[in-house]
Design a protein around this ligand. Structure first.
Ligand code: URA
Length: 436
């Protein structure tokens, strides 16, 4: 077999066989096929696409390039959630303990903030002492005893994705539905989940900005995941404004605690219950989405979910006492107010601008090696649809230093638009895609 023949075949829009996909991907991971041939393959896939079957084979091949999380001997079911990334998206944090409290195990492998999107690991690490780099034995123990554990991806999880993603990044081939599907799905399947709920964000702060693109990705994730024998659902959700009232690392831990106490912001609670209900359905712990939701609500109102969260914080080295002591008061000294420039209704608070402002403040990072600040971020006092008078405070921004505030505030001012008319309400859950 020759790589060039495979390239010609895909360039002509033909379907690749399993042997061809394995030959070229395995050859690349082993260093036998050079970057320039894989770059050409990626571009051919970008323009010609892949069938659901080819995408499933690509996903399996990428998965086989590394280790799978060994969850053998632990009674399941194992169900996880994956979000395509957003601003103020702290849903994983209340969701995992809530679902675990309902009897479905959540083996959660999360990522770090990058670009305008936040990262679950950075949020967790803002809890004094909390460790996210767990050994497999610790991860297993957390799953057995608490029903969930939170860790980062090791270098051995889907190494093919690391190589391919780096190449896609510099060859303008990131935005390809089969390549994104294989990248996301291979990492989720590697962590051992039997069921996966995908939260596919749509809107300015999302990876997929338009409904059509988000729907295409959601459909591909469901079709490919199902073809791989997994129970999969995708929920398309709005990411045109940040989720909740707090955007930051420790700030989002505070909002997580509010949710676990049943008094979180309406949008965050709504999405946590909806995704949680689906996780229970996929895990067989609820027959219907309504029953799943009722069980999730009970896990919050009884305090069971909060108790699981505390157990996890202690297990992963975090100091619950310090976390609670800092709650509501641990703020950067460098703060500035964002005020309404006119009277009227808040028409939008653009998620992308707020996410980019967050990078200046120190919530997120431009490069993987940058540090983030635990106390940086925004606390919003108003959201879309609220009536304001000129000079009313919309948010307070907290920066890692004084210099970070000017560029962040310029973006935050640009993010807000105010109109005379009240905007139409937006639905947070836009559509749900289930397996046929
Ligand atoms: N997120 C991923 O993990 N992979 C992609 O290809 C795109 C977004």
């Amino acid at each position: 077999m020759r790589a060039v023949d495979i390239l010609m075949k895909k360039r002509a829009g033909e379907t690749l066989t399993e042997a061809e996909i394995r030959f070229i991907i395995d050859g690349y991971v082993k260093g036998e096929i050079p970057d320039y041939q894989i770059s050409a393959l990626l571009m051919a896939i970008f323009f010609r696409g892949m069938t659901a079957k080819e995408t499933a084979i690509l996903t399996e091949t990428m998965l086989d390039s590394g280790d799978r999380m060994d969850l053998s001997g632990i009674p399941g079911p194992f169900v996880d959630k994956h979000s395509t990334g957003g601003v103020g998206d702290k849903i994983s944090l209340p969701l995992a303990p809530m679902v675990a409290a309902c009897g479905v195990k959540v083996p959660m492998m999360s990522g770090r903030a990058l670009g305008h999107t936040g990262g679950t690991l950075d949020k967790l690490e803002s809890i004094p002492g909390y460790r996210t780099g767990l050994e497999l034995s610790e991860f297993r123990k957390g799953l057995i005893e608490d029903g969930f554990a939170m860790t980062g991806q090791t270098a051995r999880v889907v190494p093919a994705d690391k190589k391919l993603y780096a190449l896609r990044d510099v060859t303008a081939t990131v935005e390809s539905i089969p390549l994104i599907t294989a990248s996301i799905l291979s990492k989720k399947v590697a962590e051992g989940a039997d069921g996966i709920v995908f939260d596919v964000k749509c809107g300015s702060g999302a990876f997929m900005k338009t409904y059509n693109d988000a729907k295409a990705l959601a459909s591909s994730l469901v079709a490919t995941g199902t073809a791989m024998g997994k129970r999969v659902v995708a929920v398309l959700t709005d990411m045109s404004q940040p989720l909740g009232y707090k955007v930051g690392n420790f700030l989002e831990i505070e909002e997580t605690l509010d949710c676990l106490e049943g008094k979180g912001p309406q949008d965050v609670m709504e999405l946590t219950f909806r995704l949680g209900a689906w996780m229970l359905v996929l895990g067989g712990a609820a027959e219907t989405i309504e029953e799943g939701r009722a069980r999730c609500e009970e896990a919050i109102s009884s305090g069971a979910a909060l108790e699981r969260f505390y157990r996890n914080v202690v297990r992963q080295g975090g100091n619950v006492g310090q976390m609670l002591k800092r709650r509501g008061s641990w703020r950067s000294d460098f703060a500035r107010e964002l005020k309404a420039e006119n009277d009227g209704y808040i028409e939008s608070i653009d998620a992308l601008d707020i996410g980019l402002a967050g990078v200046y403040l120190g919530v997120g990072r431009n490069r993987t090696e940058d540090n983030v600040s635990p106390t940086a971020g925004f606390i919003f006092e108003k959201k879309r649809g609220d009536l304001v008078k000129k000079g009313d405070r919309i948010a307070i921004a907290y920066g890692k230093d004084e210099a970070s505030l000017d560029p962040a505030m310029a973006l935050a001012r640009k993010a807000v638009s105010i109109s005379k008319e009240a905007p139409q309400p937006l639905s947070l859950v836009i559509e749900e895609i289930t397996a046929p």
